[in-house]
Every structure is written in C-alpha cells, then in structure tokens.
Write a protein that binds this ligand. Sequence first.
Ligand SMILES: Nc1ncnc2c1ncn2[C@@H]1O[C@H](COP(=O)(O)OP(=O)(O)OP(=O)(O)O)[C@@H](O)[C@H]1O
Ligand SMILES: [Mg+2]
Length: 541
Amino acid sequence: MARLTIRTRLILLASAALLVLIATNCYLTRTLSENSAGMVKAAGLLKGIEQADGARIAFGEMRYWMTDLAVSQLTLSERNAAAARTRMEEHLARLAPWNPERITAVRSEVAQYDDFADKAVDEYTNDRRVIGNSLLAQARQHSIVADRLLGSIVADLTGEAFAARQQAVAEAAAATRLSQFVVAAAVLVGALLTFLVLRSIVVPLRRLDAAMAGLNTGNVDVAIPAAGPDEIGAVARTLARFRDTLVEQNRRERELRVAHEELKATQASLIHAEKMASLGQLTAGIAHEIKNPLNFVNNFASLSVELLDEFKETVRPVIAALGADKRAEVDEVTDMLTANLDKIAEHGKRADGIVQSMLAHSRGASGERQRADLNALTEEALNLAYHGARAQDPDFNITLEREFDRTIAPIELVPQDISRVLLNLFGNGFYAADKRRREAADATFRPTLKVVTRALGNEVEIRVRDNGTGIPTEFRDKLFQPFFTTKPTGEGTGLGLSISYDIVTHQHGGTITVDSRVDEFTEFTIRLLRSRQTAMAAAKA
Ligand SMILES: Nc1ncnc2c1ncn2[C@@H]1O[C@H](COP(=O)(O)OP(=O)(O)OP(=O)(O)O)[C@@H](O)[C@H]1O
Ligand SMILES: [Mg+2]
C-alpha cells in the first residue's frame, strides 16, 4: 500500500465504496422491477377474477331473467336478460386473452343454454309447457357446465394470483436479505479498507512525528522512517535532509568551538609570551644598568682590600710604637674593615652572578642545536643535580624514580640549555621535597622525585614530579616570572623557571606547564615538538 500515493489510496477507497454502492443499487433496482412485474401480474390476475366473477354474476342474472321471461313473458324480462347477456359478453371478451379456449368453451355452453332457453320461452309462449320444461331442463344442464367453467376459471385465476403474489413476496424477502448481506459485507470491507488506508497513513506519520520530536530536542541519531514513493516518503526525505544539515551544523559548531578554544589558548599564551618577553627586556636593561656600578663596587672593594693591606704594612711601625690599648683598638678597626670589605666582595660577586644570569637569560640561545638522546640527557642531569645537592648538604636524600620511554628517537635540541632546564626543575623538586621532609611531623615521609619521558608521535614529553610542599594556586601565575622566588634571601634568584620557560618556549618552540596540589605533589610537564624542532633546525641551517 505504501507504494501508492495517499491521493491514489483515498481515490481507490472512495471508488471501492462507490462501486459497492452502485452494485447494490443496481441489484436492488433490478429485483424491485422484477418484484413489481410479479405484482402487476398478480394485479392482472385479480382483474381477471373480477371479470370472471362479473361474467358469473351476469350469467346468473341472465338465467334469472330468461327463466322469468319463460314464466312471465314480459318484454322487461327479455330486455334485462339481453342486458345481462351483453354484460357477460363484455366480461368474457375481457377474459378471452387470458385463456381463449376456456372462454370459447364457456361461450359455447352459454350459446347452447341461450339456444335451449330461447326455445323453451317459445314453447312456453305457445303454451306447450311440457316441452318448455324439458327444454329449460336441457338449458339448465348447459348453464351448470358454463357456471362450473366460470367457477374453475375463478379458482384457477385465484390460485395463479396467489402464487404470483407469494412469489413476489418471497423474491422481495430474498432480495431484502441479500441486500442486507451485501450492505453488511460492504460496510465490513469498507471498514477494513478504511482501517488499512488509515494505518498506512497514520503509522508512518507517527514515526515521522517521533523523528521530528527527536530532532527538535537535538538528537540527530533518531531513526527516520524509510522514504517510500508517497507523500509521507517525500516528508521523510526532507526530514533526512534536515537531519543531515543539522549534523553538518553541529559538526561546524563543534569545529568553531574547538577553533575558538584554540584561539583563546593561543591568545593567552601570546599575552603571556609578550609579558615574559617584555619582562626579559626589562631584566636585560636592569642587568646592563647595574653591571657598571657593580663593577665599580667590586673593583673598588678588591682595591680597598689591597689598599688596606698596604696601609697596614705602612703603619705597622707606628702601631707598634703605640700603647697596648691603642694598638688593640687600631687592630680591631682594621680587622673590621677587612671583614667588611670581604663581605662587600662576597655579596658583590653574588650580585655579579645574578647579573650574569640575567644577561644570559636575555641573550636567549646559548648553544648549538644537535641531535641528542633525551633519556641520556635526562639521566645525566638527574645525577648531576642529585650529587650537587648531596655535596651542598650531606644529610640530603631522596628516592629517584625513572620511567624512560626507550622508543624515543634522538631529537634536535640545544643540550646545554635543556640540561639547564632539567637541572633547575630537579633542583626545585629536591628543594620542595626536602622542605616538606624537614617540616613534616610524620617521620616516615620519604621525599621522592619521579622523571618520566614519553614519545607522543610528533612530540616528546618530559614529566618531573615530586611529592614536596606543592605550589599554592595564587603563585601559579607568577611562577615563570623573573625573580619570583619563595626561597629565603640568598638561596634562590627566582630566575630558574623564567630561564627554563624561555628556553623551552622561545628557543625550542615547546610548552612547559605545571600541575600541583599543596602538600601533595608538583608536576612540571615539558613538551617539545619534533616537527617544529626539525623546521627550526632547517630554518637555522
Ligand atoms: N617543585 C616545586 N615545588 C614547590 N615550589 C616550587 C617548585 N618549583 C618551583 N617552585 C616555586 O617557584 C619559585 C620559582 O622557582 P625558580 O626556579 O624560578 O626560582 P628559585 O628556585 O626560587 O630560584 P633559583 O632557581 O634561582 O634557585 C620557587 O621559589 C618556588 O616557590
Ligand atoms: Mg629554581
């Protein structure tokens, strides 16, 4: 049914109903006309009975008036008898078409009766009563036969009329029953067809409705009914196209959202990079400005030490000539001066170290790019950092865990700079883990630092994770800024992460991120792009 259009289905349904109606009507019309023919026949037969009865009555009157004529000899009787005969003749003439032989027989009997009766009247007129009586008796014989014949005609006609009426009634009843059956069957078939047609429309419509409701709520996986050749099929096709458009739209929206997110991330990192770059410039500027006066301080400090030594030599005889108290006073002042100058020289050197770091930081790239085994480089830096820390503090200890991806192929980088980054990360991790150990109430706490390297297709990843003090969220934004440090004065410059950031992002085109929870862990993740490395190396070459 779904192969037909809804219009065709409805036309077929209406045509079927009309056809049944026309067929039933035709049948009923034909049966009714047959029935009315039976009724007409019965009515004709009734008329025949009427005529036969009329003939019988007229014949009775004729016999009466003939007998009366024979006795009374009156012309009135003769006229009445003639009139009755005429009436009877008329009735017989009307009956003749129905059964001519019988009517002929009746006429012959009536004629013979008439003949004998006429003769009897003549004999009575001539007063020959005996002959008249005998002739009348003969006439009566014929009248009896004629009467019986007319009676049989009435009986036959009555039988036929009854049969015709019975037949018409029976046929009408049969036609009524049949038409009732046909109408019931037509109603049933019509209801079934209507049900089928409605179902063929309503079921797919419901499916379409469900699909539309699903699409309305944004569910593009909703089942869309198969598109047939009918009108509902056309709607299903349109709906499928709509679904495809929706899927495409969703895909574009997702792409746009991803692009937007990427854009935001790039923007943030650009802003950050710009900030870092301007901070780097500032650092370089400050370092340059400080370097000269600092040189003066350092130079004059060392000069002053030498001058003080010369001064001590020069005034030695004079001091020796002084009294013990005065000599002790002078010695104390010169010793204090020497100690002060030593302090100036020491801190001047430290300040010089800081200025050197700042200048190194601002100069950026410091070494040659070359292919290196990242695992070996990491291992080397780890050992260096560990032994360095142990050399500084013999009590220092930490559990080192390594998870190196052996599939990492050598990549191009500046080994000294990446080592510097790693040394700083390891140093920071050691410091934080050791700090937590020192501050922890729990004696079983074991400082641990884990290093993981992984090959990630186009990238390589290094993770440095320690179980130290962690970094409070309010410090996260400042971590990579130059001079940000939480270490006590003299222990850290706050340049380590700033330099590392510069090396990883600007020099190697990679990323460095941090994840941390206070008193649980800190994990730094460095990602270096393989292709970018190659591209940068190629650009450099
Ligand atoms: N693994 C870590 N755990 C906890 N805090 C850390 C960690 N790494 C860095 N930090 C915090 O970030 C600050 C900045 O680190 P950065 O390496 O730049 O400087 P620094 O270590 O303080 O000084 P320097 O590196 O010159 O010795 C640190 O002072 C510390 O507060
Ligand atoms: Mg550091």
